[in-house]
Design a binder for this molecule. Structure first.
Ligand SMILES: [Zn+2]
Length: 386
């Protein structure tokens, strides 16, 4: 707390000098008398270990004017960072009471006061303030971004989309807006779920690389037994993000089986494997080959891919071939034990990880619960993952 007082001292000195130059002699005398009284009280507070009261008093001593406004703003921001938000709010409100502020200074103070309210969870008050400056010059874009963030935390997706779409097209919000459309579509009540496809398509128009929109559109058609259209949607994922192909294998297998077109499924899986889609894709392709009595081809495929992309998951599955061939009971028992140990290791490894903050878990979360970024959580790759 004491270090804050040092910030105030030069301003207090400047204030004395400023008053000395500008005021009439008597006024100056009165002001200085008042100042010195407050200064003595402040010092008394300090001496009696009441630093909080001393800070409040010193703040009161410094008039808000064009010379001291920057110091007030800096001090308020310092208070907020230290968690003393009540003081920050008081300072910002004090600044806003001044009529001599320029429009730019006024908007900045409103923005900072809104941040104070947001910091203590008074989102409705923050929202109301941000709305007054959203779209205005200077700080308007930042205020709009804060509004998007508030509506997201309130799960008010239509309002989040509305404000996100007001931001300039080149501000990099496309990916997030697409996710918001998907979220809105996913949460539609059952009686309105028929309209969800429009939202998924809207998401794809906003961000053609939105994997989530393709997966959701695919599942929407799959639920309505429109298998061919579902396949078209799900297959987009291969071009959008090869690391996400493992997420569409099960629904794709379902669609192709319904249509009795496993050769086309095989063609898709081969293309995905060639592009390095990961262990799940290799295993699915190997299983498909085994169903056609092509076990040797399946084994060779898994070994080749394991050498190219070593992974515990691939190794675990590959051991099945050796187990099936092991004649010696002792060797077979050792292999079973080894596979069991690898399986235990696999079970404790997280399946997904956020590329932004590293948050890991076993469920695919489209918005990271830790850093709140959208579409950054992917299946883990490398030795411990795909
Ligand atoms: Zn994250």
């Amino acid at each position: 707390m004491l270090e804050l007082l040092f910030l105030l001292l030069p301003v207090a000195a400047a204030y004395g000098w400023y008053m000395g130059r500008r005021s009439a002699a008597q006024q100056q005398k009165d002001q200085q008398q008042q100042l010195s009284e407050k200064y003595v009280s402040g010092l008394n507070y300090l001496l009696s270990d009441e630093a909080d009261k001393a800070v409040d008093l010193f703040i009161e001593m410094i008039k808000v004017d064009s010379d001291t406004i920057d110091t007030h703003m800096a001090l308020a921001s310092l208070f907020r960072k230290r968690g003393e938000v009540e003081r920050a709010i008081k300072l910002h409100q004090n600044i806003l009471e001044r009529t001599s502020l320029s429009q730019e200074q006024h908007r900045l103070a409103v923005f900072e006061l809104a941040r104070d309210f947001s910091a203590v969870g008074l989102l409705d008050r923050a929202e109301a303030l941000y709305k007054t400056i959203a779209g205005k010059r200077d700080i308007g874009e930042k205020a709009t971004r804060e509004l998007v963030s508030i509506y997201q935390s309130m799960r008010d997706w239509p309002s989040a989309i509305q404000y996100a779409e007001r931001l300039p097209a080149d501000c990099g919000m496309g990916q997030q807006i697409a996710q918001l459309y998907c979220q809105l579509g996913e949460e539609l009540p059952t009686e309105k779920s028929d309209q969800a496809i429009k939202l998924f398509k809207r998401a794809l128009r906003t961000d053609p690389n939105c994997v989530r929109a393709s997966i959701m559109a695919g599942q929407w058609y799959l639920q309505r037994e429109q298998y061919q259209t579902a396949i078209e949607q799900l297959q987009h994922v291969l071009n959008q993000d090869v690391n996400m192909v493992s997420e569409v294998i099960v629904p794709l297998e379902n669609c192709y089986r319904q249509l009795g077109e496993t050769s086309q499924l095989q063609h898709f899986l081969m293309t995905a494997v060639e592009r390095g889609a990961g262990a799940s894709t290799v295993i699915s392709l190997a299983e498909l080959l085994k169903q056609q009595d092509l076990s040797e081809d399946a084994e060779l495929l898994e070994l080749t891919q394991l050498r190219r992309y070593p992974s515990l998951k691939g190794f675990f599955h590959y051991m099945d071939y050796h187990l099936a061939k092991a004649m010696d009971q002792e060797a077979k028992a050792s292999l079973v034990m080894l596979q069991h140990l690898v399986g235990q290791q696999l079970a404790v490894k997280p399946k997904y990880r956020c590329l932004s903050c590293g948050f890991a878990g076993n469920v695919l979360q489209w918005q990271c619960p830790s850093c709140k970024s959208w579409g950054e959580t992917k299946p883990v790759r490398g030795l411990d993952g795909e």
